[in-house]
Design a protein around this ligand. Structure first.
Ligand code: GDG
Length: 538
């Protein structure tokens, strides 16, 4: 089904997320603040509909701002960047963000609760972290209400759309109490919430001592949204089991005299941005350079934050097994693995980084030579242009998450497999040549890189994207044997097989885009607010 977009939208949407898309620095000598935009995935996703909707961001700045400087910082951020900061002091951030969000909710929502045999597991849920979470959510509510407008027409602005009040779109597991906190402050607020992670099975969810309070927080929203039907279903069953709800239907839940609608909105990417980047002169040149570097070899790509949900050790172990079983591939295939450091002050993440380093060292030690490393491990973030050049070059992408809300790397890889028009190569030398057909004579000349058909996608069945990317080779990353075979399959599929798979994948990725996601969510939000379901009279 090709998605269609409606065009009715509210005038202003307050996007509330834990972090503002801003990098802030303070000069200690002059006490002067510098703010740069740091657009993350969400900011990029919303850009596509920013022509119809005005977005104002509310969130934490990621920096400790001395109280005396706060009014000035808030005024500047709002005026210069359309961002309204929530100020949280260091101890609150530590307990709310590092503690409750990253150490309690993140693992639980990704099916990694602390194993009961581990000493200290019984102390996992520290009440101080929960109190901090509630407190932080209350601070966010105060900040939202400082910018929220109920939207009565003003003298200067009498257009019909300006009568629409601001809508409040809350993002992610950091802010599950926010709908309730907002409604306590003003019952008129239209509020929706979207979860970027999985919502776990109710069997996992109900471990949480604060299971009831979080669901009650959310059910004050007009709409809650998830990436997949499974997550929505898990949420519905958690509500039925944990709360005394009067009605749950696939469309939503009646609770406390209100109806909270539930929707499924799988996020996507901006394929046009990738296509345009691929066509740029700089990226074509870079792809050609990399094509020359990896000449005569197949390339596998992995791009992950260094997070335990991404299953990087699972991928490395399977790659090692693949090399052990297929000695003829040694020297002929390289895995480029980007592992972007994240939450580096947390013990679990430090242990993961160490484990990955050891695995990479072991595999390169056993299978590497002076001329060849089976794994190129890049333990830092790389520029977007470089990333897209590698995607384009790679013969297969390995996504092996043990759980992942959606996983946008899988979408980006598919988009970057488009073959490019050879008329405009972007580099001076125009004689196209594929990596495999290189000859010694033209080694010194930079040749444009030409793909021999699209690459293959190996995709964990535990990533949300596996539910829609049916052209992928689906794997259970815990099954090392199966994953090693999938790597072999990905490298040996015929061109026709790869093209057939890619056509399916590309059709999905190029229609279910980030703009489509944002537009569908905002349209549904408006629909449920304008036409709230009628509740039965008691
Ligand atoms: C959360 C959920 C859900 C990565 N390394 C570099 C780089 N990246 C970019 C990728 C991609 C993004 O980061 C990662 O997105 P994912 O979706 O794969 O994963 P999370 O960061 O865990 O995001 C996830 C998502 O929210 C959206 O709802 O899909 O399930 O966990 O865009 O390209 N970008 C650059 N250099 C890098 O080194 N430039």
């Amino acid at each position: 089904v090709v998605p269609t977009t409606k065009t009715r939208t509210p005038r202003r949407v307050l996007v509330v997320a834990n972090r503002l898309p801003i990098r802030a620095r303070r000069d200690a000598r002059t006490a002067r603040w510098t703010f740069d935009t740091a657009p993350g995935g969400l900011a990029t996703a919303l850009r596509g509909i920013a022509t119809d909707v005005e977005f104002v961001w509310v969130g934490w700045l990621g920096a400790d701002v001395p109280p005396a400087e706060r009014p000035r910082v808030a005024e500047r951020l709002m005026r210069e960047h359309g961002c309204y900061p929530v100020f949280l002091d260091a101890q609150l951030v530590d307990r709310y963000y590092n503690g409750f969000c990253n150490d309690v909710l993140w693992p639980l929502f990704h099916y990694v609760p602390l194993p009961a045999y581990q000493a200290g597991a019984e102390k996992k849920f520290d009440a101080r972290l929960w109190e901090a979470y509630k407190e932080a959510n209350a601070r966010f509510a105060d900040a939202v209400l400082e910018v929220w407008s109920a939207g009565p027409p003003t003298e200067n602005d009498s257009t019909a759309t300006s009568k629409v009040p601001d809508y409040v779109w809350v993002h992610d597991y950091h802010l599950m109490r926010l709908p309730l906190e907002l409604r306590r402050r003003d019952a008129r607020v239209s509020v929706a919430w979207f979860l970027h992670t999985p919502f776990p099975s109710s069997e996992i969810y109900r471990i949480l001592p604060y299971r009831r309070e979080l669901l009650e927080g959310l059910l004050h929203a007009d709409l809650v949204g998830f990436h997949t039907y499974d997550y929505a279903r898990h949420f519905l069953s958690a509500c039925s089991r944990v709360l005394d709800v009067s009605t749950t239907t696939p469309k939503g839940i009646e609770f406390g005299g209100r109806f909270c609608s539930i929707g499924v909105f799988p996020i996507g990417i901006d394929p046009t941005l990738i296509r345009n980047t691929l066509k740029s002169r700089a990226v074509r040149r870079r792809t050609a350079e990399l094509g020359a570097t990896f000449k005569g070899r197949k390339v596998l790509i992995g791009v992950d934050r260094l997070d335990y949900i991404k299953g990087m050790p699972h991928k490395l172990l399977a790659f090692e097994l693949f090399l052990a079983r297929n000695p003829s591939w040694v020297g002929k295939v390289t895995l480029i693995q980007v592992g972007v450091p994240t939450r580096t002050d947390v013990a679990e993440y430090q242990a993961l980084a160490k484990h990955v380093n050891e695995l990479v060292g072991r595999i390169n030690g056993v299978y590497g030579t002076l001329e060849y490393s089976p794994i190129h491990y890049i333990n830092q973030s790389i520029p977007q242009d470089e990333l897209i050049a590698i995607y384009h070059l790679a013969d297969a992408c390995l996504v092996t998450s043990v759980r992942d809300g959606m996983n946008l790397v899988s979408h980006e890889y598919v988009a970057a497999q488009e073959s490019l028009d050879q008329d405009d190569t972007g580099i001076e030398e125009t004689r196209p040549r594929s990596r495999a057909s290189s000859s010694k004579d033209d080694d010194d000349v930079l040749q444009p890189f030409v793909k021999e058909g699209p690459g293959a996608l190996v995709l964990s069945e535990f990533a949300g994207s596996a539910q829609s990317l049916s052209g992928a080779i689906r794997v259970n990353p815990w099954n090392t044997d199966e994953l090693a075979r999938a790597i072999h399959d990905a490298l040996t599929l015929t061109r026709v097989e790869r093209e057939l798979r890619w056509a399916k994948l590309h059709r999905y990725v190029s229609t279910n885009t980030a703009s489509y996601w944002a537009r569908s969510f905002v349209d549904e939000f408006r629909d449920v607010c304008e036409h709230p379901p009628l509740l039965p009279k008691l």
